[in-house]
Design a protein around this ligand. Structure first.
Ligand code: GLY
Length: 364
């Protein structure tokens, strides 16, 4: 397999590397350096990951390290488990020199990052993503947090990791449903930023964990994300900027919230959200009507839904969208596409249009 060069997320004194080839050796090297510097180390993971990858941590030099094993699934991104994780560190008198490693998917990464941002007002943390979704999206960029019953990711902090170690061979044990969910975020990058990448994804027959092109695809996603994050780390741009990474997510977060966390994997909700964002862009006259077929074909070919499994109430979905963090001045803000491969933020979208869109995916 060819070597895939590391990337740097360019954030001045908080810049950090994303390793792709030989990542577990880079990890082992960094763990040894932390130990040599007298730093204490903790790992947060989940039971499923630890069972599926029993040797990775030992191989990377984590033997004798205290590991907090949390339940897998979106429900772990809650105030309850946040509190439990903080108590784990405090109960062991972990100091500010503690380095926290997140070994798992987006749930473990987001929770660990928020714990790292909060504990003793901030300790170092490192990401070892084990799902496609966390490799291409959540492990990079420093968005950390938990959900509230009122909405997804409503509490959190920007807290950048010190390094990200991506080893795509870990995906070989990932259930196919989870792999498909990660593909939603991969497709998202093509739709929002890179038409050529979108076309390449259309050409790939079926991408799996053992596809030779996978590592380069993951790197391409991380490169797009690193560039966008370096330009607008805290999503404060008046328009465009980091918010563009949320293409399809206003719809997706509403689905997850109304269906109940865990009913849809995040990427499954994003699949439906990408379909809706494409339809919205057509309704706004921004893209060609034929693009919906291209978008839906690719999303569905990757094993993702484009419509709801069972009807959800439009009133609840609209209320959930009102709590979206992108909204400004009480008005809904959407990410749409002014061309396939070129996303924009769009304000002042008519609520009646959004309600009509929800009906097309089976909301009632
Ligand atoms: N997942 C979107 C972001 O990190 O900004």
């Amino acid at each position: 397999m060819s070597t895939i060069a590391p990337l740097t997320v360019e954030l001045a004194d908080r810049a950090y590397p994303i390793h792709f080839s030989d990542s577990l050796n880079a990890l082992k090297h960094d763990v040894a350096a932390l130990r040599a510097a007298g730093r204490s180390i903790r790992v947060f993971s989940d039971a499923k990951v630890l069972a599926a990858q029993p040797d990775v941590l030992a191989q990377a030099g984590f033997e004798d390290t205290e590991i907090l094993s949390l339940p897998s699934g979106e429900k772990t991104k809650s105030v309850e488990f946040f509190s439990q994780a903080l108590s784990f560190l405090a109960g062991q008198s972990a100091n500010r020199d503690c380095a926290l490693f997140a070994f798992g998917g987006g749930v473990i990464g987001d929770l660990s990052g928020y714990v790292a941002a909060s504990y003793l007002r901030g300790i170092d943390f490192y990401q070892i993503p084990t799902t496609l979704l966390s490799m291409v999206d959540s492990s990079v960029g420093g968005k950390t947090g938990i959900n509230l019953p009122e909405g997804k990711n409503l509490v959190g902090a920007f807290w950048q990791p010190k390094a990200v170690y991506i080893e795509t061979r870990l995906l070989e044990t990932l259930p196919s449903r989870e792999f498909a969910a990660g593909m939603a975020e991969v497709i998202k990058y093509g739709m929002l930023y890179d038409l050529d990448f979108f076309k390449e994804l259309e050409q790939v027959n079926t991408l799996t964990a053992s596809s030779p092109e996978l590592a380069a695809i993951v790197r391409r996603c991380c490169a797009i994300k690193a560039e966008i994050v370096a330009d607008d780390e805290k999503e404060t741009a008046a328009s465009g900027g980091r918010a563009l990474l949320n293409l399809g997510h206003t719809f997706a977060h509403a689905i997850e919230n109304v269906a109940g966390y865990g009913q849809y994997l995040h990427g499954e909700a994003v699949g439906i959200g990408l379909n809706l964002a494409t339809q919205l862009s057509i309704e706004l006259g921004q893209i060609d009507a034929s693009d919906i077929t291209r978008a839906k074909n690719l999303i569905e070919r990757c094993g993702l839904p484009t419509v709801l499994k069972t009807p959800l109430p439009i009133s609840g979905l609209m209320a959930a969208m009102q709590r979206d963090k992108k909204n400004r001045g009480g008005k809904l803000r959407f990410v749409s596409m002014q061309a396939l491969g070129q996303a924009v933020t769009t304000d002042g979208v008519d609520a009646a249009l959004v309600e009509a869109l929800w009906k097309t995916v089976g909301a009632a």
